[in-house]
Each structure stands twice: as C-alpha cells, then as structure tokens.
Design a protein around this ligand. Structure first.
Ligand SMILES: Nc1nc2c(ncn2[C@@H]2O[C@H](COP(=O)(O)OP(=O)(O)OP(=O)(O)O)[C@@H](O)[C@H]2O)c(=O)[nH]1
Ligand SMILES: [Mg+2]
Length: 425
C-alpha cells in the first residue's frame, strides 16, 4: 500500500505534544505542594484523543521560536521588520505551493487506496472507505483537472525552496525550506558595483517573479481546490495534515496573489520556515537611559534528534530540568513560555479529551493548563540551583497584542534586575 504523503511529510506522532511520561517523584513529602506533586506525578502518560475540528492544524515539532524572535523584532526594532518585508514574499509563496502540493498528493493517495479497497474482494465491506453515495468519479475528474491546471505552479516548489535556502539542497524528501543567517540578503538584496556595497534593491530572483505570476494566474483553481468537498472530507477525517500556516494563507489567496503583494505582520508571523543552525539577532534596547544591544539566539529545531518513543512534554521537562540545573546559566533569568495555547484552547473546546491519568478534572483550558504548568513548576522547585523566580506564560504568538505585552513585561523584569545590579556595583 502506498505511504500517505502528508503523513510522510510530517512525522510527528499524533498529539505527542500533550502525551507525557512520569516525571521524577518528589524527594520529600509532607507539605501540600509535594502531595500535589505526587498526585500530579501519578497523572502521567496522558493522551489527548481526537476528534479534531475541521481544518485544525496538525501539531508539528516547531514550537514557535522564530515567531517569538519576530515578535521581539516587532517590539524593539519594527523598522528592520519593515525593511525585511519584501523578503517574506517568497516564503509566503512557498507556504502556499507546499500546501497545494500536499493536498494533491493526499488526494492521490486517498483515491488510490480507496479504489484498491473496493477492488479487493478479500476486504470486508466494512473496511471499504468509498461511500456509496459519494460522487467519487465526478470529484476525481474535477481534481484531475485542477491538478493539470496547477502543475506549473507546484513544479516551482523545489526551486523556490532552494532559492530560500540559499542553494542548500534539502535531503530526505520535500520537507521544506530551511533558512540560516543572512538568507534575506539572498532573496531581496543585490550587490551594486557602482556603489561597491550591498544595497537593498527591488531585485527579486527570477524564481520569485515567476512564482508570483504563476500564482496570480492560478487563483481560481487554488480556491476551487481548497473549497472542494473532497479536501474538506480529508481534513475532517485528519487524513490530510497541513502545516499550520496553510489554512491562513489558502483562505487569503486573492490578496496574496496580487502583483504588488507585500506581506503584513500577520503574514510574517504565520509563515512556516524552518531554521537551520543558530541565528543571531541584535536589538537596540533602551535600559535606564542607555542603549544596550540585546542578542537573541534563534536555534533551529530541525536537526535535533527526536526519539519517537519519548513524548514531547517529557522531552521539554528534561530540557527544562537541564536548564534549571546548569551551572553556566546560573546568572540567567528564567522565563518559560508555553506556546500555542490558542491551539490547546481550540482542541479542548472542540471536545478533545485529556485522557488516562487526568482523572475527573474538568476538561477545560484553565484546569488543563494549570496541570501542565505544575509539571514545570515542580521541576523548577526541585532543580533550580540558583533559587530564581520562574516566570511562566502561556502564549499565543500569533496574537500580536498579547505577545507584545508579555515581551514588555519580560523587558521590565530584566531592566529592574539590571538597575539593581548597577546599583550594587
Ligand atoms: N496557532 C499558533 N501557531 C503558532 C504559534 N506560534 C507559532 N505558530 C506557527 O507555528 C509555525 C512554526 O513556528 P516557527 O516559529 O517557525 O517554529 P520554530 O520553533 O522556529 O521551528 P524550527 O525553526 O523548525 O525549530 C509557524 O507557522 C507559526 O506561524 C502560536 O502560538 N499559535
Ligand atoms: Mg525557527
């Protein structure tokens, strides 16, 4: 049987983000907190069970680190974000092309497996997935027609990815485009011999120009594909799992396909572009009248080895454990952002249940988030060698207003600490 292309492209285990193993048991008992910790410690190996609402994004390994970096940039250096705006255009195109290709691949796979099931006499009728009332043949010819129209567009995906990755070819299949430090210069700037320096210019690579034109010529088939009942059915049944950015971009295709399209802040925050290696960002920050350069290091998670047997919360708890007990970080402040809270809310509202050890607790955001938070608090309480204050925020990094207010708070805490240190010096 052919392998599902969409599942191949996103190899994360279902709901792994919410599924975790036993954290270490508390060493002391007796006080309320330890009892509570012990109880929590028994509430492990939990799983969130689908069903998933229509179009709900598939949880992937990317937690939103680069999105946080963009929010910092928006807060502390919005003029640099304005300058970079044109370089996000090909990334938006890439996200659209990838989504279109994944939809078509999954439709192919779905149709071929369903035909196989129906042809196979040995398959019990209950396993046959082709519903008798479904106008399969009709929608299949519609999809084939759309595919033929969209072929020139999806054929550009790889060259666009290579363009964005600055010539880095990505092995292991079409997993996406990767960017590393300086990528924006590759797609938006050009060398001006007359001025002997790198200048911002209107230069756009041929690939990007072609992608823009091809996209403009294909607005209708893209819309028809995205709104097609066969696609909706695949999304509802969770057979089709797209990048989180896909619904956002496909729903706005008219605007994005305009020839003079310039990405908005929301577009820039929504794009999915994997980070390669470590990228350093510098922000000038005013602290008590003097300007300091803050450095933000954005680490790419793409090449981190993930053990498919170790679930993500457990992974995060182990990492947080190492951070709290790391002597080199003893002078660092601890701010823990538990991101994508909007997705957690959405899933719980849609009836997704926290299963197993969660017991009879209410399956609502307040209770579930408190439960997750307490695991980290517990690790911090036991492992923080410097007895620091731990600031924990549940965040939704696509929400500009809320995230900017958190960044302002974090900034204030650091500023206060800094003034204290200067005072003590
Ligand atoms: N719904 C939702 N989506 C988010 C949130 N934060 C980030 N995203 C989206 O998640 C995707 C991945 O975000 P990135 O910031 O690229 O993730 P990353 O951690 O930098 O990933 P790597 O570079 O691969 O390690 C993007 O499409 C973001 O728009 C959030 O709070 N809620
Ligand atoms: Mg990143």
């Amino acid at each position: 049987m052919p392998k599902s292309p969409a599942r191949e492209a996103t190899n994360s285990p279902e709901f792994a983000a919410m599924d975790f193993e036993t954290p270490p048991r508390p060493t002391s008992v007796g006080n309320y907190f330890d009892e509570r910790a012990l109880r929590i410690s028994n509430l492990i190996d939990e799983e969130l069970k689908p069903p998933l609402p229509a179009g709900d994004p598939y949880p992937d390994a990317s937690t939103g680190k680069s999105t946080l970096q963009k929010q910092f940039q928006l807060f502390y250096a919005s003029q640099t974000l304005d300058r970079e705006r044109p370089s996000w255009r090909p990334v938006v195109y890439f996200n659209i092309l990838k989504a279109v290709r994944m939809i078509l691949d999954e439709l192919d796979y779905d149709f071929s497996t369903r035909s196989q099931a129906n042809d196979d006499e040995a398959v019990p009728s209950s396993s046959k997935t082709l519903l008798p009332e479904e106008p399969a043949a009709m929608w299949w010819s519609e999809i084939q027609e759309l595919r033929a129209q969209l072929l020139p567009l999806i054929a550009m995906e790889d060259s666009l990815a290579t363009d964005l990755s600055g010539g880095v070819s990505v092995t292991g299949g079409r997993t996406g485009a990767y960017v590393r430090a300086g990528w924006q210069a590759l797609v938006t700037s050009t060398f001006s011999p007359a001025e002997s320096r790198i200048t911002e210019s209107k230069h756009t690579s041929e690939v990007v120009t072609l992608a823009s034109r091809t996209l403009a010529a294909n607005v209708e088939p893209i819309k028809a594909l995205w709104e097609h009942p066969a696609v909706k059915r695949l999304l509802d049944s969770r057979k089709l799992r797209l990048d989180e950015s896909a619904p956002f971009f496909l729903a706005s295709i008219n605007r994005l396909a305009e020839p003079d399209f310039l990405p908005s802040n929301d577009d820039i925050l929504n794009v999915r572009l994997q980070t390669l290696g470590v990228m350093e960002h510098t922000f000038p920050v005013d602290m008590g009248g003097s300007t300091y350069d803050w450095k933000l290091y954005d680490v790419g998670g793409a090449y981190l080895e993930e053990d498919p047997k170790t679930n993500r919360i457990d992974d995060s708890l182990q990492l947080f454990n190492a951070i709290c007990s790391n002597k080199l970080l003893v002078k660092a402040h601890l701010v823990l952002l538990l991101n994508k809270a909007d997705l957690l809310k959405k899933k719980l509202a849609a009836g997704t249940k926290v299963r197993k050890y969660y017991g009879d607790r209410p399956n609502v955001y307040e209770s579930v988030s408190d439960y997750f938070r307490s695991h980290f608090t517990q690790v911090h309480r036991r492992k923080d060698i410097a007895k620091r204050t731990l600031y924990i925020h549940f965040t939704s990094m696509l929400d500009i207003k809320a995230t900017q207010s958190i960044i302002a708070n974090v900034g204030e805490v650091i500023l206060r600490q800094h003034i204290k240190q200067i005072g003590l010096a």
